[in-house]
Design a protein around this ligand. Structure first.
Ligand code: NAD
Ligand code: UDP
Ligand code: UDP
Length: 329
């Protein structure tokens, strides 16, 4: 990072920077503008140093191991608030800390934005719609969330965070923006993070049975990471925002059974499919209505599911190859 410098950098704080989306976002922001400096914050709860290892000696990147539930004081121009475990396995591990991360983390980042007059973007989630009773889900749908189920720590935490963003905008004039992200996948998901894309690919590549929860007729709509980040940065960079939430995702909806078959086909795997119990409150359908994003951002996803899955499969093949080489060495 520069010391005395006559040029004014654009200093961007990325929380959750060692995670799947956060690490790609850091790469993208650094490449987009030579005047950008990144302050990357992460507690390393569900992220990995390896995701940002390649940025360690980058002159415009600094990493701070820090938990966003604790106040943070620094001088900053923009904040992308991504810190929060996203896989159900991770966010249910310590549900109270998940609530604190979403709520106290958002509060601290909003306090920081208020003090420094920084623009701030919250990564909310399709989970604010819970187990939706309409499809596709548009931003005006108020959702169907169980306050007391195993997913509540994540869903309700993210809902309160949205409320805080709304309050800081209205009460304190903070330029607070919110995106609701639908299932996103790609390289740098952790192999053991429990989400369906990483589970299915790792199982297929290692010849283990593919674990479909329930009968597999329920649906998700999967967005490739590059498409997601293109839309997210457009929301942040838009000259104006009314602060209302914007759905980002890929409306191509498939059943979990179809995803299992597709992963088997693309990996050329001989894995069988086994069915395991469907977790409580698992949403039965999910598909974004992205007409608001299309109109506001002139954006739509460009990466086909097959192409995105192939890139993700290559990532996991690389991990398996490196770990096999380490065992031999
Ligand atoms: P991830 O788990 O890979 O990354 C989250 C990062 O936040 C991790 O590096 C983790 O260590 C860090 N973190 C967690 N708690 C923290 C805390 N208290 N203080 C500091 N750092 C903390 O998940 P991801 O898929 O990259 O998701 C990033 C954000 O996007 C999350 O807020 C998530 O809710 C949101 N989101 C993601 C998806 C998706 O499909 N990937 C969908 C909806 C919303
Ligand atoms: N905060 C922070 N960094 C800052 C400014 C504030 O982490 O640069 C925290 C602050 O400690 C508080 C939260 O953000 O926990 C909300 O701050 P705000 O000023 O809005 O409220 P108050 O401190 O008056 O409760
Ligand atoms: N799922 C599955 N097998 C797995 C992991 C997940 O069938 O090994 C299902 C899960 O029950 C859910 C869907 O796939 O219906 C997506 O799960 P994920 O954890 O990726 O995301 P989320 O439930 O948060 O959308």
């Amino acid at each position: 990072m520069s010391g005395f410098n006559t040029k004014t950098p654009r200093r961007i704080l990325v929380t959750g920077a060692a995670g799947f989306l956060g690490s790609h976002l850091c790469d993208r922001l650094l490449a987009s503008d030579p005047d950008v400096e990144i302050v990357a914050v992460d507690s390393l709860f569900s992220g990995s140093r390896s995701n940002i290892e390649h940025l360690r000696s980058h002159p415009r990147f600094e990493f701070l191991r820090h938990d966003v539930t604790v106040p943070l004081f620094c001088e900053i121009d923009e904040i992308y608030n991504l810190a929060c475990p996203a896989s159900p396995v991770h966010y249910q591990f310590d549900p109270i800390h998940t609530v604190k991360t979403s709520v106290n983390g958002a509060l601290n980042m909003l306090g920081l934005a208020k003090r420094t007059r920084a623009k701030i973007l919250q990564t909310s989630t399709s989970e604010v719609y819970g187990d939706p009773t309409i499809s596709p889900q548009h931003e005006g749908y108020l959702g169907n969330v169980n306050t007391m189920g195993p997913r509540a720590c994540y869903d309700e935490g993210k809902r309160v965070a949205e409320t805080l963003f709304y309050c800081y905008r209205n009460l304190h004039g903070v330029d607070a923006r919110v995106v609701r992200i639908f299932n996103t996948y790609g390289p740098r998901m952790l192999p053991e993070d429990g989400r369906v894309v990483s589970n299915f690919i790792m199982q297929a590549l290692t010849g283990q049975p593919i674990t479909v929860y329930g009968d597999g007729s329920h649906t998700r709509s999967f967005c490739y990471v590059d498409d997601l980040l293109e839309a997210m940065t457009r929301v942040m960079d838009a000259p104006e925002s009314d602060g209302s939430a914007v759905n980002i995702g890929n409306p191509q909806e498939i059943t979990i059974n179809q995803l299992a078959s597709l992963v088997i086909e693309l990996t050329g795997s001989r894995s069988s499919i086994v069915h395991k119990p469907l977790p409580q409150d698992d949403p039965m359908q999910r598909r974004p209505d992205i007409s608001k994003a299309q109109a506001l951002l002139d954006w739509k996803p460009a990466v086909d599911l097959r192409d995105g899955l192939m890139k993700t499969i290559e990532h996991f093949e690389g991990i398996l190859m490196r770990s096999a080489q380490r065992r031999v060495a």
